[in-house]
Design a protein around this ligand. Structure first.
Ligand code: PEP
Ligand code: MN
Length: 371
């Protein structure tokens, strides 16, 4: 059960104290308090955990300071959508809105290589009105002998270039606690020219200790990729780990499932799950067509299969696209064969806009039909 308190409930008020005293006396019930700081006000939620079935909704709702009570009917306590649950399905970070009602494109390099390539990418994004990108500094690789990413060393110049071209959010994978500290330190050192969305890769979806660490910090939002060999439910529970530790600014990323049934794609594209994740949870949903499709094969209509998969995700209601681009794919240190080319960026963005418009048109059509 979740108690949503009146906005700006003061933790030092008598009302608040009385409420906590009362809740503390309920048998077999533990409380967990979450404060969500917004621009205008702070919202407080109290989670009642344990034997809540016997509690009456009306009684709890009449307690001092309580505005609304939501009975948790499903799993995913914090991030799930529950009956009569009107909690937000969006958040804002560094001036960019991430919600189930909008769409952001994160086109960029799978792995940071040279300052020239990073600058070419960021300039192209600025020239096409984009404020987000992806830049991998820490790369989890199958072979220990493969390039592992430039790590900490590249962060200052990557962040400075982002600032130069007005990039507000960089999706960047972290595989260890120390990476979060290194990112925070480099941002501070360069005067916070940009923001970072910490990415948990598919290989770490169930690295519970990493999830707890990333969930405990609330400075950076998180993109959690679906695990490539586990059920959707298991991956959604992984997202809940982040939220249960305090960070609910989580985007859920679909990136395909590892199985030969997806051949000749690198993974089996799973974008039909976009509406499912939106139905089960309040998280914005990201699709990654590059790691799902994994090749630059072209369909007879002339469009790359990566374009097709992207549009399938967008028309299904996706809220974020994570996609690999590279100015010189043959020189890319990671995933060159799946990278889109700089000159393909305007067409890619146009296809995304068209698919988004088609999605919105379909939603409006349904709304007007049901009036
Ligand atoms: C990536 O986005 O660079 C990546 C490694 O993705 P995934 O974790 O989905 O394989
Ligand atoms: Mn990659």
């Amino acid at each position: 059960m979740i108690l949503i308190l009146s906005p700006d409930a003061q933790p030092d008020s008598t009302e608040y104290r009385q409420l906590l005293d009362h809740l503390g006396q309920l048998p077999k019930i533990k409380t967990r308090i979450h404060h969500e700081k917004g621009a205008q006000q702070t919202l407080t939620e109290i989670y009642l955990i344990g034997d809540t079935a016997s509690l009456s909704l009306e009684n709890i709702e009449s307690l001092p300071g309580v505005e609304r009570v939501v009975r948790i009917s499903e799993e995913y306590r914090v991030l799930g959508r529950h009956k009569d649950d009107h909690r937000p399905t969006h958040f804002e970070y560094n001036g960019v809105r991430f919600g189930q009602d909008n769409l952001n494109v994160f086109a960029g390099l799978c792995a940071v290589d040279t300052p020239e390539h990073v600058e070419m990418m960021m300039k192209a994004l600025r020239d096409h009105g984009q404020v987000c990108t992806r830049m991998g500094a820490y790369k989890p690789r199958t072979s220990p002998y493969a390039f592992q990413g430039h790590g900490k060393a590249c962060l200052p110049w990557v962040f400075e270039l982002a600032g130069k071209y007005g990039i507000k959010v960089i999706a960047m994978e972290v595989t260890h606690e120390s990476h979060v500290d290194e990112i925070r330190e480099a941002l501070k050192q360069t005067g916070n020219p940009t923001g970072v969305m910490l990415q948990i890769g598919t290989r770490n979806t169930q690295n519970f200790e990493l999830l707890k660490i990333v969930g405990r910090q609330r400075e950076f939002p998180v993109l959690l990729k679906r695990g490539f060999g586990i059920t959707l439910d298991e991956s959604l529970n992984a997202a809940e780990y982040l939220a249960s530790e305090g960070n609910r600014n989580v985007v859920f990323g679909l990136r395909g499932m590892k199985t030969n049934m997806g051949d000749p794609h690198r993974n089996l594209v799973d974008f039909a799950h976009v509406p499912v994740v939106r139905r089960l949870t309040r998280m914005p949903v990201c699709v990654d067509p590059s790691h799902s499709v994994g090749t630059r094969n072209r369909a007879p209509d002339g469009l790359l299969e990566i374009f097709h998969a992207t549009m399938q995700g967008v028309i299904a209601g996706a809220n974020m696209i994570l996609v690999d681009f590279h100015p010189a794919p043959t020189k890319a240190l990671v995933d060159g064969p799946q990278a889109l080319l700089m000159e393909e960026l305007p067409l890619f963005l146009e296809c995304v806009r068209n698919a988004r418009e088609a999605y919105e048109k379909n939603v409006r059509l349904l709304a007007s039909a049901s009036k």
